[in-house]
Design a binder for this molecule. Structure first.
Ligand code: URA
Length: 282
């Protein structure tokens, strides 16, 4: 006879088989699980426990089913737009109470060959409702220019679609928490599924962790190819790390080498001048 917990286990195993590593559980879902645990702890200590309730007569609270995004529309732009509309009022993110109200989705070309993924919007991004438009965004624009690209040619997005909140927040920003990332992860996954870029660049360790499940330092993640749903992924330093490291030529060169690897992988032309950017002067 099936127990209510079997339905949960079966669901989680099927998600795991699909490569899903995080599921969001809101407070209702957590309470449903608490009830299951309590029920299993108050079983008679000995003897026959009697018939276990069949799933039909003891349904899990509806909230125990993790929410999924749907993508409607025939063109890539229409499907991205349907995601954007769902993100505006995404209950799993709102339920956390740790993210701000304004939703910042993505920018760029739905047919882009390169997708760049950051962690979460900051002060400037929230004001303009566009990812990477503050100081880190200007750095990213410089990098794209050095590659011979503009923002309009690539697709730029974040793991988390709302600016993480802090007490008495003014212009200060913080990294998103694992819960905030898990709550928004269905969106970036769906965006990747729609755009299907030829290559993804994860900007910084948080983006790499959210997308690829990697942990540790960027230095150990860069310099090799990873994969997300069959799409090659390169991990590099976040542009704000470049800002912090100022004139450090070695960091600039490392980022540039990551992007040279992307250009080569995509068969983009690379001039001798580009190849030599940020090398120490002989
Ligand atoms: N940092 C990010 O990771 N994303 C942005 O959009 C801006 C700064």
């Amino acid at each position: 006879m099936s127990r209510p917990a079997d339905a949960v286990i079966e669901f989680l195993e099927s998600e795991k088989a699909r490569g899903v590593s995080h599921v969001f559980l809101d407070e209702g879902a957590r309470e449903g699980l608490r009830q299951l645990i309590r029920r299993s702890q108050t079983k008679p200590a000995t003897g026959d426990q009697g018939p276990q309730p069949a799933l039909k007569s003891s349904p899990l609270p509806a909230a125990a089913v993790p929410t999924k995004v749907s993508t409607e529309g025939t063109s890539k732009a229409a499907r991205l737009d349907s995601l954007r509309r769902q993100a505006e009022s995404w209950a799993p993110a709102k339920a956390l109470g740790t993210l701000r109200e304004t939703m910042v989705f993505a920018t760029g070309n739905p047919d882009a060959r390169i997708m760049l993924v950051g962690e979460a919007p900051g002060y400037e991004e929230e004001k303009k409702r566009e990812p990477f438009v503050g100081p880190a965004g200007q750095k990213l624009d410089d990098i794209l220019k050095a590659m011979g690209l503009s923002r309009e040619e690539v697709y730029i997005s974040n793991l988390v679609k709302f600016r993480p909140a802090t007490p008495r927040q003014t212009t200060n920003n913080r990294k998103p928490s694992p819960e905030e990332i898990a709550a928004c992860l269905p969106f970036i996954r769906a965006e990747i599924g729609i755009v299907r870029p030829a290559c993804i660049v994860a900007l910084g360790g948080t983006a790499a962790e959210g997308l690829l499940g990697l942990t540790g330092q960027v230095v150990a993640m860069r310099d090799s190819w990873h994969e997300f749903d069959g799409i090659p992924v390169r991990v590099s330093y976040h542009p704000s790390y470049l800002l912090q490291s100022g004139a450090n030529l070695s960091i600039k060169r490392q980022v540039w080498e990551d992007l040279l690897a992307v250009m080569e992988r995509l068969g983009m032309p690379v001039s001798e001048k580009q190849r030599g950017f940020f090398l120490p002067k002989a």
